[in-house]
Design a protein around this ligand. Structure first.
Ligand code: GLN
Length: 197
């Protein structure tokens, strides 16, 4: 089974490890470069992207991670992880540094301050079966996608109808929502299959 790292600087690391175990992947935490070198793919969890960005710098992980991504390592970012993978971020701190794994512009906390969190059911392209429960917690949305980026899901209805909330570019995927907090393992299965090739 593929060895999939979960970037474990901050955020909901345990939930992703649990989900990976349930789909039969070998999930391991990544906090150091040596650990990054040993994984076939990487999940960047939800949490706080500005904190993650700062910790990547402190731990000298920023460049090694960018290098692995540009060399084609599969990656999956949920929520703050989506922000970390983006090329461009709106509504963030000036010192925020991302990993340029996806040619997208994301807006942090895009759904509005009043709406801390909400849930909806949505279809994800390439994920078989019924619509997936999507949990959004102070989530970003995707405002612009580059030519190589495929939109996998949009918000089906409500005030944010049509907003892009899941994308893929090559071996890198991201969701604004948190499949790791529901019992639905289809996103983790999708990513594990992608890593396994
Ligand atoms: N608002 C957080 C950020 O900007 C993301 C929230 C989350 O990951 N649940 O990083």
């Amino acid at each position: 089974s593929p060895r999939i790292g979960v970037l474990a600087l901050q955020g909901d690391v345990r939930e992703h490890l649990h989900a990976l175990a349930e789909v039969g992947a070998d999930g391991v935490t990544v906090r150091r470069r040596a650990e990054l070198d040993e994984v076939d793919g990487l999940i960047i969890p939800g949490g706080e992207s500005t904190t993650m960005s700062r910790l990547l710098g402190v731990l000298d992980l920023h460049e090694p991670l960018r290098e692995r991504l540009s060399a084609g390592m599969p990656a999956y970012g949920s929520c703050a992880g989506m922000i970390m993978l983006a090329t461009s971020v709106l509504d963030t701190r000036p010192d925020m540094r991302t990993l340029d794994g996806l040619d997208i512009t994301v807006r942090r906390n895009a759904f509005g301050r009043q709406v801390e969190s909400f849930e909806t059911d949505l279809e994800v392209e390439g994920v078989p079966g019924p619509p997936m429960r999507a949990v959004f917690i102070r989530a970003p949305w995707v405002e612009q996608v580059g030519p190589g980026v495929e939109v996998l899901a949009t918000v089906p209805d409500g005030p944010a109808e049509g907003r892009v909330v899941a994308v893929r570019q090559g071996q890198v995927i991201a969701t604004s929502f948190h499949p790791e907090v529901t019992g639905d393992r289809r996103m983790h299965q999708y990513f594990t299959d992608l890593v396994a090739g």
